[in-house]
Design a protein around this ligand. Structure first.
Ligand SMILES: Nc1ncnc2c1ncn2[C@@H]1O[C@H](COP(=O)(O)OP(=O)(O)OP(=O)(O)O)[C@@H](O)[C@H]1O
Ligand code: SF4
Ligand SMILES: [Mg+2]
Length: 385
């Protein structure tokens, strides 16, 4: 028996693969050239917000990876808003595109294979509104860290092990505010370390990352993210690598700081408990698309998409005794070969006949509660839009 199974659905010959690579290179070279241009007229990448009360508006965002085995549609038509001063939680299974959505907003998707191919990301910046999808790399460098900053999952890999903590926090002010004196920079760093609850800021200033606990390192990362008082903080699984009591402390810290500095937070997590505690709005993603969004109250009180219902049922509750935790049957579809019907259909236990047709449109259950599922076709309410 041959070990090579030609007709295997995932099989790609070397010839096919090199043809795909060539085509990919052609596509990504063009996109890279556009992004790398210098002295681009701002009219090409500045725009207007749909609603001035938002700090970010994702509008039909498509971010793809052009790989040698095909195009991965990691984010495939995502739209949601982040209102000023609010926390928006994005939740969904591993691989559903949460991180790629947030990396797109920072223009940190792995290039050249990862590219925003369609849609807008409007960011309500200091003096103008940027469409991040079209903003040249040079301009983006001044927005990153300064107006939008990011807290990553693993603080040990984000801090440089060979530099003292103080130097790493100083660096942020030094880079963005070269006019500040050495003393001013150090004063600001100590203030920030104090703000994030480090008891001995002067001592920690001179320490190396390995001398701190995981929780303290994450506090330092938060200090770095807040140093420039950004308009938006992206926190991608900020507590996953920490143990439970430290998790609670860090979440408390983030919540208190948000009011203190009046920023918005984009909080990415697979933990619904964290969302319920921290967020004002929830966005539920599945296979690169938003399947349900609304206020925390709406989505937790009245979960509507079968996937959201499944997620909530598979979450353990302290005050509810169940024999077995529910698990959503089946697997997420292959992101290279997406079906043209509802992506959740093969796992859905509430299918209708209509579900064999096209991908369901968005139905409004209220002004803010929106769901993409045929079960709500006749239950829509009239909205102003
Ligand atoms: N550099 C890359 N090259 C190719 N595909 C990628 C790359 N980065 C991400 N992807 C793909 O994009 C999809 C979305 O990934 P993403 O990292 O956004 O998932 P996630 O929702 O953040 O998952 P997790 O909860 O595991 O962090 C996945 O199918 C992933 O395999
Ligand atoms: S559209 Fe149909 S298949 Fe998709 S989630 Fe709704 S009921 Fe299930
Ligand atoms: Mg992720």
């Amino acid at each position: 028996m041959s070990i090579f199974k030609k007709k295997n659905s995932g099989y790609i010959s070397a010839k096919e693969s090199s043809k795909i690579s060539r085509e990919n290179r052609r596509t990504t070279d063009q996109m890279e050239k556009r992004l790398n241009r210098k002295n681009v007229d701002p009219s090409e990448y500045t725009t207007k917000m749909r609603d001035e009360n938002n700090v970010v508006e994702f509008d039909n965002l498509h971010t793809y990876f052009f790989t040698d085995i095909g195009t991965v549609k990691a984010v495939d038509g995502v739209s949601f808003d982040i209102p000023k001063g609010k926390t928006v939680g994005v939740v969904g299974e591993s691989g559903c595109g949460k991180s790629v959505t947030s990396l797109s907003l920072m223009q940190l998707v792995q290039r050249p294979q990862g590219q925003i191919v369609e849609g807008e990301i409007r960011f309500n910046g200091e003096n103008q509104v940027y469409d991040i999808a079209k903003t040249p790399i040079q301009t983006m460098q001044s927005i990153r860290g300064n107006q939008i900053s990011m807290i990553f999952q693993e603080p040990m890999t984000s801090l440089n092990p060979v530099f003292r903590i103080g130097n790493q926090v100083d660096e942020v002010s030094e880079y963005h505010h070269p006019e500040m004196s050495k003393e001013e920079v150090k004063k600001r760093t100590i203030e920030m370390l104090e703000l994030v609850g480090i008891a001995n800021p002067e001592g920690v200033y001179n320490m190396y990352p390995h001398e701190l606990s995981g929780g303290m390192r994450q506090r330092v990362m938060i200090a770095i993210a807040l140093t420039l008082s950004p308009k938006l903080i992206i926190a991608d699984e900020p507590t996953t690598a920490l143990d439970v009591t430290i998790q609670a402390q860090i979440l408390d810290l983030l919540r208190n700081l948000k009011d203190h500095i009046n920023s918005s937070i984009l909080l990415i997590t697979h933990d619904l408990g964290v969302i319920a505690e921290m967020a004002d709005y929830v966005v539920v993603m599945y296979s690169g698309r938003v399947v349900e969004k609304g206020t925390v109250h709406e989505v937790f009180k009245n979960p509507s998409h079968p996937y959201t219902i499944g997620l909530l049922n598979s979450k353990p509750m302290v005050n509810k005794q169940v024999e077995r935790l529910y698990s959503i049957p089946g697997r997420v579809p292959n992101p290279i070969d997406m079906p043209n019907y509802c992506y959740f259909r093969d796992r859905c236990e509430m299918c209708l006949k209509k579900c064999n047709g096209e991908y369901p449109p968005e139905y409004h259950l209220s002004d803010s509660h929106i769901v993409s599922c045929y079960r709500y076709e006749n239950k829509e309410v009239k909205t102003d839009e």
